[in-house]
Design a protein around this ligand. Sequence first.
Ligand code: G3H
Length: 486
Amino acid sequence: GELRTWAGAVQTVRSPVCVRNADGELEPVVLGSYPESSEAEADAALAAAVAAYDQGRGEWPTMSVAERIACVEEFTRQMLAQKRQIVQLIMWEIGKSFADSEKEFDRTVEYIRATIAELKQLDNNCSRFTVVEGTIGQIRRAPLGVVLCMGPYNYPLNETFATLIPALIMGNTLLFKPPRFGTLLFYPLLEAFRSAFPRGVINTVYGRGSVVVPRVMATGKINVLTLIGSSKIADQMKKMHPKSNRLRAVLGLDAKNAAIVLPDADIELAVKECLLGTLSFNGQRCTALKMLLVHQSIVDPFLRRFGEELAKIKIGMPWEPGVMVTPLPEGKADFMASLVADAVAKGARVLNKGGGERAGSLFRPALVFPVKEGMKLYREEQFGPVIPVVAFEDVEEALEYVITSDHGQQVSLFSSSPDQIGHLVDPLVNQVCRVNINCQCQRGPDVFPFTGRKDSAEGTLSVHDALRSFSIRSMVATKQTPANTK
Ligand code: G3H
């Protein structure tokens, strides 16, 4: 609820974009720095959120839905005024292309507007009356308490706000920690957080999760954990809460989405969609295609056409028009190289010329075939520009891959036979939460449910579902006597 100056430790922010230094070596551009919140800062932020919620008696949780909407609308107005700066910061801080950074901003504003529209429909502004068997029920949507909100680096604005805004607008108060790669872009919004909402409703801490998170979770005062990130971290965080049965979790986690390309697939279409699916924003999307399972009978033409299209993509700096592959954040190119080396050591080949080559933080995508069980790429989520391909003989093998996966977010299915598709859709949809027919995997449109099974998610996001995920259906029941009815 207040802007604070900071005299403690700071973290330097380096862009994935590198420039040559005086010695001619490539090194990351330094963008600025952010404060490393201390344990005392974390305590203060949590105390402010707890006080603002005040066991449900605070100004924010008791405010009318219309008033809360007005605050979010005011926030959105201020956010729009900062668009230029925020888009530039997304681009520089995480290396996303300018076009995609702008799309991320616009999609976020659209998401907020759609959330407001959905809330107006939700149980008639969270308060719907119904009369059943002589009882008048006022059905409400009530907040849950204090929410710890942590977003991801790949969609630092959009996915953060896909949880933060619904959590906020339902009357919860928040402790918010921006992603470590993707912190500076929230600076232009701090004044809007402060002025659009009552004091203590949203409290921002920065820096290392390992300092802030154990501290606040151990208090037992966090009612909802919302994290878009890794399942391992989510598990650790849940265990830090002394009463995990009292903690609601809304989580978007790991995924290893596969494309299954059947013998009768339209190869041109499959190649186009699989290229987009594997490489948009360098494959750094939880919904990216991270495994291509292609039928043996068409694997040669598929790989030839894929290789041809792959050779045409533009690799370069995020501000260059039409660029698809951009610099990777610190450490990422090393990880990509290690996955490729492991597969090659175990018998796979890099099929495209120059695949896996590096220049600073740029990594030329690698098309790796044949990938087999036992190679890291077979199961591990690469979250980057490496494209593993497996050839299968029987569709049961492809289904088995999906069934035995630890992940259960989405699948893409390529076939031109309605019968084949019809035959496979049910078993697949009982394994993952979205089956995409003849198109890549993706989250949008944002009104569609977004979730996953197994280690991929907990709770459901989307304009429609998030409002429900961050609230509880409650009611006031009144006997229908003449006095009460009056
Ligand atoms: O990183 C995960 C995002 O939710 C992916 O969203 O499919 O719209 O790129 P997208």
